[in-house]
Design a protein around this ligand. Structure first.
Ligand SMILES: [Zn+2]
Length: 571
């Protein structure tokens, strides 16, 4: 860990996560006379957030700065500047990381595709830090090589989880001159000091009670151990390098940047003195984001640098109180996870809780996600089969379905505008599917009108909304063969099997059938010499299922569907 968090800090982060407020007891430091510390002190003391002026998106989002939902107002019309803290690339990324990146990816997709906001996302890659140096020594490779290897792996993992890449990835080591210049200006503005040991610290007393804007700091004393700090809460902007460590030249001697300064510098170098949205896991709120705010406002001499801070909840292994983390050795790597589950399933797993909530990872919770996805896929398949005329049903009560579709569309938009309420959205979609399924009951004998259009509209909407979340319902077939040849072969095979089955089931001397029940097949008694044909048809169906080809017999007709290998279908 970059900094050892005291139990008090962890407790505070949890309270922040739960939206619970604790008493505001700030360490009372001596306030330096400076532009920054004199600006708007009164409103700061009251902890007031300044509502930005600009374009109201119509979306409300929980803002960690105010601990409540606020209207999301952007500085520019339909443009959101968004900075996120990226990975420290010293090891494999695990599912806890994946969860945070996928959840924010979903939020960004919602903003861009539902609310037509152009999200400009910048992410930093931390490619120099204590852990990277430590690991490179253990493995006897250069820190740069180690960092590049894991950076590439991280990008591959994100691609596999279908996380859209940011507009740009920025590396810390590509921005050292900018970081040095940034620190120089903070010193010049009277908010940092150089020590005789060649370290530069941020002077938290210089900003008075503005330190603690994000996290109430009652009881927090700061990092212990550094002897040359004026205040235990002060944090390093520049660290003098130890022998044999990677280092860069600076006005304060050879050294390397502290952790927090990279984000302030890089976000400012891209977006200037004002940022719409800043995101990260809840564990980053303190000290990392608190320190980013202090540095950036000290540099820009502004009252409010980032307008909205969004934090995602932790991922826990079921039954484990602690979050998934490397240091606790309770993690699952993304690579291992994807051997058992798909990106679609992980995304549905993330959708089933709000992005701010803690989330329990277990086989049971993944099975719930898998079964939700399976219900959605099965509906899409059945709706398609109905439209193609392969699935025959009683006449459809169209009016109800058109009404349900329209109600779903508006309730989904409303839920997503309310701090990105994805569980409510999934509920609305599942309810629409339930209504669709109620009417898609197969029957052997059909008369009356058909209603393919309403199922087409429902199918398109379900696919589209799941597509917004990065859940690609067409992807299942593409897994097997993107050329479509495989699909055509299965189509022919199933058609041939249907013909054989129809022949096997057709009997001259059958008993009178009950009309419209679809159950007459069971009541027929095939001629004895045709029983082996039926057995062969059943064997083919059973043998193809583990290979991912699911044949469903509906009366004398059959439909088919390709799923992930080994996945079962209940319908
Ligand atoms: Zn950061």
């Amino acid at each position: 860990m970059k900094m050892r968090l005291s139990l008090a800090l962890i407790a505070n982060a949890r309270l922040l996560n739960s939206g619970f407020r604790i008493g505001h007891r700030i360490h009372n430091g001596v306030t330096k006379a400076s532009l920054l510390s004199s600006c708007n002190i009164c409103s700061r003391a009251e902890g007031k957030w300044i509502k930005p002026a600009g374009f109201d998106t119509g979306v409300k989002t929980y803002n960690s700065l105010t601990k409540q939902k606020e209207p999301l107002v952007l500085a520019q019309e339909r443009i959101a500047t968004w900075y996120s803290c990226g990975p420290t690339v010293y090891d494999h990324a695990h599912l806890g990381h994946a969860c945070s990146y996928v959840r924010f990816d979903i939020l960004q997709r919602i903003l861009s595709r539902i609310f037509e906001i152009n999200v400009i996302h910048v992410m930093v890659i931390t490619d120099i830090d204590d852990k990277i140096i430590q690991r490179s020594l253990e493995q006897n490779i250069s820190p740069t090589v180690l960092a590049r290897m894991h950076e590439e792996e991280f990008k591959r993992d994100m691609q596999a989880l279908r996380v859209l890449p940011p507009a740009v990835y920025m590396r810390v080591t590509d921005n050292i001159p900018q970081i040095v210049a940034f620190i120089k200006r903070i010193i010049g503005n009277g908010h940092a000091y150089v020590t005789s040991q060649g370290n530069v610290y941020f002077d938290t007393q210089s900003i008075g009670n503005r330190y603690g804007k994000l996290v109430n700091l009652g009881g927090i004393v700061g990092e212990l151990g550094a002897q040359d700090k004026r205040d235990p809460r002060d944090f390093a902007l520049w660290k003098a390098s130890k022998p044999h460590e990677p280092h860069w030249e600076s006005p304060w001697g050879q050294g390397r940047p502290g952790w927090h300064i990279e984000c302030s510098t890089i976000a400012s170098s891209v977006f200037g003195s004002q940022l719409d949205i800043h995101s990260g896991g809840i564990d980053l709120a303190f000290p990392h984001h608190e320190n980013e705010i202090a540095q950036s406002e000290a540099y820009h001499q502004c009252e409010q640098w980032g307008n909205y801070f969004l934090h995602s909840g932790h991922l826990h292994l079921k039954g484990n109180v602690e979050k998934m983390s490397k240091s606790l050795k309770n993690y699952v790597t993304i690579k291992d996870f994807l051997k058992s589950y798909t990106a679609n399933e992980f995304r549905v797993f993330c959708l089933l809780t709000r992005y701010r909530s803690a989330i329990d990872y277990s086989d049971a919770s993944m099975n719930e996600a898998r079964s939700t996805l399976s219900t959605i896929s099965a509906f899409c398949h059945n709706a398609q089969a109905y439209m193609q005329g392969h699935l025959q049903c009683q006449p459809i009560e169209e009016g109800i379905l058109w009404e349900r579709l329209s109600a779903t569309q508006s309730s989904v938009r409303k839920a997503l505008a309310d701090d990105f309420d994805t569980p409510k959205t999934v509920d609305a979609i599942m309810s629409l599917i339930h209504h669709g399924n109620c009417q898609l009951q197969p029957t052997a004998k059909v008369d009356g009108p058909r209603s393919p259009a309403v199922f087409g509209a429902m199918l398109s909407y379900v696919r589209e909304i799941m597509g917004v979340f990065g859940v690609d319902l067409l992807d299942i077939k593409e897994d097997h063969d993107s050329s479509g040849v495989f699909n055509n072969v299965v189509e022919e095979l199933v058609h041939f099997r249907s013909e054989v089955r129809k022949f096997a089931l057709s009997v001259e001397d059958q008993a009178p059938q009950e009309p419209h029940t679809g159950s007459e097949i069971q009541k027929r008694h095939p001629q004895l010499d045709r029983v082996p044909l039926l057995k062969a048809c059943d064997a083919l169906r059973n043998n193809l299922a583990p290979l991912g080809v699911h044949i469903k017999d509906r009366g004398t007709n059959s439909t088919w569907e390709i799923t992930r290998r080994g996945e079962t279908r209940n319908n």
